[in-house]
Design a protein around this ligand. Structure first.
Ligand SMILES: CC(C)(COP(=O)(O)OP(=O)(O)OC[C@H]1O[C@@H](n2cnc3c(N)ncnc32)[C@H](O)[C@@H]1OP(=O)(O)O)[C@@H](O)C(=O)NCCC(=O)NCCS
Length: 219
């Protein structure tokens, strides 16, 4: 029997993740079935790509009682604290967060994924890395070995994350960014698209460029 999943989000990441789950379902590779989106900006009933909006974000509480599973895709790239707080306030238990690994991803057997992690097609994850809950590795992102990654991190498409990294909570790694091994990245930090990170990043810091330099603090 399939598990009905409600995706928090919609346009952008939500629809992209929903399509990957549907793709896997048609391959017979997941028991998840997208029911639709929880979204405060699009009217209930309206479709976003293939799936309808089935409620507001706060409707997660009701759907929890109705047996749904959940995936969170709502994020803000330059500072994600508020969005994470909004999600945490829903108090969805970890055992109802759907973890999804697309069948076209490579995830080494010793990788540990927290509840609600999304691993998209063409991702490659080497051994020994541990992701907190609700992390998303977008299409084609690569992660080296032995990393510790906090909750709700977003690794954008084609980013290349090195090894032995300590990455905090709510971090965004921009698409096509590259991160050298053995670095530390503080909570809520953002690395811009295409950046090449050679130094540690502090909490709330936004860095860009090659070599990456501090740009500003997240709002
Ligand atoms: C880092 C980022 C958040 C900064 O956004 P911002 O604060 O709006 O920055 P601005 O566009 O105002 O640019 C400020 C300066 O930084 C530079 N800059 C911004 N992003 C840059 C990047 N990724 N690489 C190099 N320089 C960059 C701009 O050229 C500008 O420089 P200038 O003042 O000399 O003209 C954004 O550029 C970015 O990289 N976002 C991530 C995109 C991404 O990964 N998307 C994934 C979608 S799922």
């Amino acid at each position: 029997m399939s598990r009905k999943v409600a995706i928090l989000g919609g346009l952008g990441n939500g629809a992209v993740v929903a399509a990957a789950i549907e793709h896997a379902r048609r391959m017979g590779a997941t028991d998840l079935e997208v029911a639709g989106f929880l979204n405060d900006r699009t009217p209930v009933g309206e479709k976003i790509d293939m799936f309808p909006v089935i409620g507001k974000v706060e409707d997660a509480k009701r759907l929890l009682d109705e047996g749904y599973w959940f995936i969170n895709t709502i994020l803000r790239i330059d500072g994600n604290r508020e969005r994470i707080a909004m999600f945490e306030a829903l108090n969805i238990p970890d055992d109802r967060l759907a973890t999804f690994v697309h069948p076209m991803a490579y995830v080494a057997p010793s990788v540990q994924l927290g509840a609600g992690c999304i691993i998209m097609p063409q991702v490659a994850m080497s051994p020994g890395s541990k992701l907190g809950k609700g992390c998303i590795m977008m299409v084609g992102a690569t992660m080296g070995h032995d990393n510790i990654v906090g909750d709700f991190c977003h690794i954008a498409a084609q980013a290349c994350v090195g090894s032995y990294l300590r990455i905090g909570k709510g971090v965004h790694i921009g698409f096509n960014a590259t991160i050298r091994e053995n670095l530390t990245i503080g909570d809520n930090a953002t690395l811009g698209q295409g950046a090449v990170l050679l130094k540690n990043m502090g909490e709330n810091e936004i860095w860009v460029g090659n070599p990456a330099k501090f740009l500003r603090y997240a709002e």
